[in-house]
Design a protein around this ligand. Structure first.
Ligand SMILES: Cc1cc2nc3c(=O)[nH]c(=O)nc-3n(C[C@H](O)[C@H](O)[C@H](O)COP(=O)(O)OP(=O)(O)OC[C@H]3O[C@@H](n4cnc5c(N)ncnc54)[C@H](O)[C@@H]3O)c2cc1C
Length: 151
């Protein structure tokens, strides 16, 4: 990282940002065509969880090339300065990458969706079979993770 003074080295803080953020942008690439999509997500034990419809552009991309990168931002604020070049942004963010696995086992899917829901609200949750069949659950074990902040 060029601005190593801004690197978050404490894994606990990286974990906290991943737990606190609400939106994840995933970057995909198929045959040199880039594609970025905002999504809800959950994070647990080094794994990013996503859910989606079974079809669509991002699914087509991930099936063709399962390697993605992702980014979450837990806080940000534009900080004004006296001249344009002294404006800045305060933020904390985490980036990572990994390989998408689509979860097909019903019990594993329900467990992943429970993790997903717990990111946003309290349970208990029920997942009817028809809903489980409709949804595609993405599981991405992070093979790289970095945090950066300007606060
Ligand atoms: C905060 C937030 C959270 C979301 N959470 C989820 C989630 O958890 N799961 C989920 O499946 N989707 C979520 N979405 C919607 C998601 O961003 C996509 O719109 C959706 O998943 C369809 O993606 P697709 O690749 O299948 O698009 P398709 O329906 O195949 O359409 C492809 C084309 O539509 C356009 N497009 C697609 N999405 C967007 C977009 N968001 N904004 C502008 N243009 C777009 C692009 O031009 C793209 O090339 C969320 C969106 C937001 C903003």
């Amino acid at each position: 990282m060029r601005r190593s003074d801004r690197e978050i080295k404490d894994p606990a803080e990286i974990e906290e940002i991943l737990k606190r953020s609400k939106v994840c942008h995933i970057a995909l690439c198929k045959e040199n065509e880039p594609y970025v999509v905002p999504m809800n997500y959950a994070w647990r034990d080094g794994t990013l969880y996503l859910h989606s419809a079974r079809e669509g552009k991002k699914v087509e991309f991930a099936r063709q090339n399962p390697y993605i990168s992702f980014c979450v931002v837990s806080e940000w604020e534009v900080v004004e300065g006296p001249v344009p070049c002294s404006w800045t942004t305060h933020y904390r963010s985490v980036m990572g990458s990994g390989r998408v696995e689509f979860v097909e086992d019903a019990a594993e899917k329900a467990a992943a969706l429970e993790i997903f829901m717990e990111h946003y609200t309290k349970g208990p949750f029920e997942f009817p079979k028809a809903a489980l069949d409709r949804v595609l659950v993405w599981k991405i074990r992070a093979d790289s993770l970095t945090g950066k902040k300007n606060v």
